[in-house]
Design a binder for this molecule. Structure first.
Ligand code: NI
Length: 259
């Protein structure tokens, strides 16, 4: 039995940042967490996530193309993503979405094309999606309202307004919170975290990125999910145990292939 029945619903163990000590990190997860979900960002990382998921019973994979990688994405890649969805250890399509923050990313129209394509894969396969939305909140809301009927999923590291969060919540979506909610200057994310209904709440690290306080600046790792939950318990005026219980229930409900 792991020390905590807690999931890290979003981490990137496939990243080169873990090349030196991936085995040690995985052993730490085995001892301390109920499990982790590793989304891919392109073809190679999705395949690697699936390999890890088959090697370790407490790892699950999501497959898909991240908006920052869309410039390299082809229609054949979409066919491959859809084929991978039959794998029982693939629990979601992700991470997918829109990223307008960096001008070097693919043009918005191309990002939208592949985002909508992957939403359609979700619709056909019945799998949930893991969404990345950076500085694209308007287009994101429009696409979710128009193109995602019958699809559900999580906004990972949610960074939109409380107002938009309420719209997504009405449509049945979940919200993932990570290290950024431990930063005192993340007022918006902390406000949304304080508001989100408990049955829509997930926790994550996005490791190796987004390291929570007090380790900000160092590499992040899945066991730091506990720090995110401690901070959330304070913000929401509840207990760590209660949040572990409810968020784990939410992981198993949303990502229904997770056992
Ligand atoms: Ni991520």
């Amino acid at each position: 039995m792991p020390r905590l029945q807690l999931f890290d619903s979003h981490c990137h163990l496939d990243c080169a940042d873990f090349n030196e000590d991936r085995e040690i990190i995985l052993e730490e997860i085995r001892e301390n967490l109920a499990g982790v979900i590793n989304p891919g960002s392109d073809g190679a990382s999705s395949r690697y996530a699936m390999e890890l998921a088959h090697q370790y019973p407490f790892v699950w994979a999501a497959v898909g193309w991240h908006p920052e990688e869309i410039a390299r994405c082809t229609e054949e890649d979409m066919t491959q993503v859809e084929t991978w969805c039959t794998d029982p250890k693939v629990v979601a399509i992700g991470e997918i979405g829109l990223d307008y923050y960096n001008d070097e990313n693919a043009p918005h129209d191309l990002q939208k094309k592949y985002f909508i394509w992957q939403l359609q894969i979700a619709k056909r396969t019945g799998l949930p999606v893991i969404i990345h939305d950076r500085e694209a909140h308007g287009d994101m809301l429009a696409i979710i309202q128009k193109e995602a009927k019958g699809v559900t999923g999580v906004f990972h590291c949610y960074s939109g307004s409380l107002e938009t969060a309420k719209e997504f919540a009405k449509l049945g979506w979940y919200f993932g919170f990570g290290g950024s909610t431990t930063f005192k200057n993340s007022k918006k994310a902390r406000e949304v975290l304080a508001w989100v209904p408990e049955e829509r709440l997930l926790f994550e690290t996005d490791s190796p990125y987004m390291t929570p306080v007090p380790f900000r600046g160092k590499r992040n790792k899945p066991t730091f999910t506990e720090l995110v939950v401690k901070n959330a318990a304070e913000l929401r005026n509840t207990t760590v145990d209660e949040l572990i219980k409810s968020s784990t229930k939410n992981v198993k409900k949303l990502f229904f292939r997770v056992k």
